[in-house]
Design a protein around this ligand. Sequence first.
Ligand code: HEM
Length: 68
Amino acid sequence: MVAEIAWNPEVWEDPLVFKPERFLTGDGVEAFDVTGSKEIKMMPFGAGRRVCPGNGLGIFHLEYFVAI
Ligand code: HEM
């Protein structure tokens, strides 16, 4: 089950704790690739050949929504 990746303490430190900073490195750059092309720690857009082609648009709108 995909959700179990997100609950796995071998993948995420304190997986059930809300830590948004876990997604950032010190300089504010993404710490990992959500498209799964380098590693798979979560896959909100799927992965591989059928990865969501709208992922860039989706991330853009989510960042815009959070910023306002
Ligand atoms: C936060 C927003 C979005 C999320 C979380 C999301 C998530 C996903 C997921 C999980 C899949 C299935 C991937 C797979 O089968 O392995 C998918 C497929 C797809 N998504 Fe999205 N999506 C988002 C936004 C969008 C947008 C904005 C578009 C288009 C403008 C889009 C177009 C598609 C299409 C066409 C597929 C089918 C790709 C294929 O089967 O080859 N998605 N999406």
